[in-house]
Design a binder for this molecule. Structure first.
Ligand SMILES: NC(=O)C1=CN([C@@H]2O[C@H](COP(=O)(O)OP(=O)(O)OC[C@H]3O[C@@H](n4cnc5c(N)ncnc54)[C@H](O)[C@@H]3O)[C@@H](O)[C@H]2O)C=CC1
Ligand SMILES: O=c1[nH]c(=O)c2[nH+]cn([C@@H]3O[C@H](COP(=O)(O)O)[C@@H](O)[C@H]3O)c2[nH]1
Length: 380
């Protein structure tokens, strides 16, 4: 018998603990449609480059747009604080690990320049890209009109955890219903990991929700705060909110699984768990075009009193197009993510992302080890 005084723990699952079950019907991968939308803005591939300084600058935003996806520029990052962002990024890359946190803490004290944020948006638009800019809840009211008037297509509000209801005695929290009705562009919000928090945000009028607390490759929120829910469970719970909200209103809000991806299989599992698209940080930081010079760091790393990110060396591998579309000779799934998704959709008989969200999944603790003793003992 369950006693109310005992807290119950629910089992949750990450990418490595589940697997996708093939379908009874297969489909030609070339005939799958992997498009998705944020409000009325449509994308050919379900990939978004993270709002992180080692991942997205103006050039990356334009390149991702050309390849059919989206890249989100951080409106409170280096690109928003420094005209010569490249000099700052180069300095971060040559700074020893022991000194980099202090350097980042100093770099991010430079004030955000609203006119520079507008300039970045205009540069993306002038090159034909889709412009999306992120900021934290505290600065959203100020930066949203700046970003929208500069011509941005999407406004993003992102922090470790963003909620529809924020309690404070000293200031009025950001009210998303007001933000969404005052802006003419879609609003994407994150991050969330629960059904109820996602549903509340959807009821405020947002167009997409970012899912994931602490899974990121350069993130230490889980160590510092003990916070987060593994990505498969988080995606399934937040996708369930999308279904409830869709049934209530007929309006479709996209679910974006954000962070923690390493391989094509993780990407495929996120979609099968209910995501419409994925947000990649460290994967895209490895691209030749990435601004981070082979490094990647959390956007909470520069926090003056409680950093919740670190700097990692991801290296520079191949051009972005090859990471996303191949061809590749890499055998571990770390390149050709679109090829992996189209292939799995083919064997699951899923013609669209919506179909793929209905693919059967199993709890599969053996999925990464079964039959793999030679690989695991490095006898390859
Ligand atoms: N996805 C993830 O796990 C994480 C992402 N990050 C990224 O790092 C950057 C810094 O994030 P943080 O350190 O979390 O920023 P932060 O230190 O500004 O924290 C965000 C604050 O916003 C508050 N908030 C939530 N909803 C609100 C609302 N409706 N109105 C007003 N305030 C509200 C939260 O209570 C929190 O205090 C962001 O770009 C974020 O996306 C950082 C840590 C974890
Ligand atoms: O715990 C965190 N501390 C941080 O400093 C931080 N900065 C970014 N992010 C989140 O990580 C996502 C990218 O993750 P990946 O590099 O694994 O793709 C991003 O898209 C964010 O959601 C952070 N999380």
């Amino acid at each position: 018998m369950t006693h109310p005084q005992f807290k119950e723990l629910r089992r949750s699952y990450g990418f490595d603990e589940v697997a996708i079950v093939p379908g009874d019907v297969t489909i030609n991968p070339e005939q799958t449609d992997i498009g998705f939308a944020i409000g009325d803005v449509k994308f050919k591939i379900p990939v978004i480059a993270a709002a992180m300084d080692a991942v997205t600058d103006v050039k990356m935003a334009v390149k991702m747009s050309q390849l059919g996806g989206l890249a989100v520029l951080h409106g409170e990052g280096i690109q928003a604080r420094y005209h010569d962002a490249e000099a700052v990024l180069a300095e971060i890359a040559v700074t020893p690990q022991a000194e980099v946190t202090a350097l980042l803490q100093k770099i991010y004290t430079e004030p955000i320049k609203d006119d520079l944020v507008a300039e970045r948006v205009k540069a993306i638009k002038a090159a034909g890209g889709t412009a999306a800019v992120a900021c934290m809840p505290a600065n959203a009211k100020r930066l949203a009109p700046v970003v929208a008037e500069a011509g941005a297509d999407i406004f993003v509000v992102a922090s470790t955890v963003t909620t529809a209801r924020h309690i404070s005695k000293s200031y009025r929290g950001l009210i998303f219903s007001e933000l969404c009705s005052s802006l003419k562009i879609p609003v994407m919000v994150g991050n969330c990991v629960s059904y109820s928090a996602t549903l509340e945000l959807m009821r405020q009028g947002v167009s997409a929700v970012l899912v994931g607390v602490g899974p990121g490759a350069a993130c230490t929120s889980r160590e510092v705060l003990g916070l987060g829910v593994p990505q498969i469970t988080a995606t399934m719970d937040c996708a369930a909110a999308r279904e409830t909200y869709l049934a209530e209103t007929g309006r479709y809000v996209s679910i974006i699984t954000d962070g923690g991806f390493k391989k094509g299989g993780d990407f495929c599992k996120a979609i099968a768990a209910g995501a419409d698209a994925a947000m990649f940080g460290s994967i895209i930081a490895q691209a030749k075009e990435a601004p981070g010079h082979g490094y990647h760091w959390g956007m909470s790393h520069p926090h003056p009193s409680l950093p919740r990110g670190t700097r990692i060396k991801v290296g520079t591998t191949v051009p972005l197009e090859q990471i996303l579309f191949g061809p590749t000779s890499v055998v571990d799934g770390s390149q050709n993510f679109v090829g992996a998704l189209k292939t799995v959709m083919g064997v699951c008989g899923a013609a669209t992302i919506r179909d793929m969200q209905r693919a059967e999944m199993v709890i599969a603790p053996a999925i990464t080890t079964e039959g793999k003793s030679y690989q695991l003992s490095k006898c390859v």
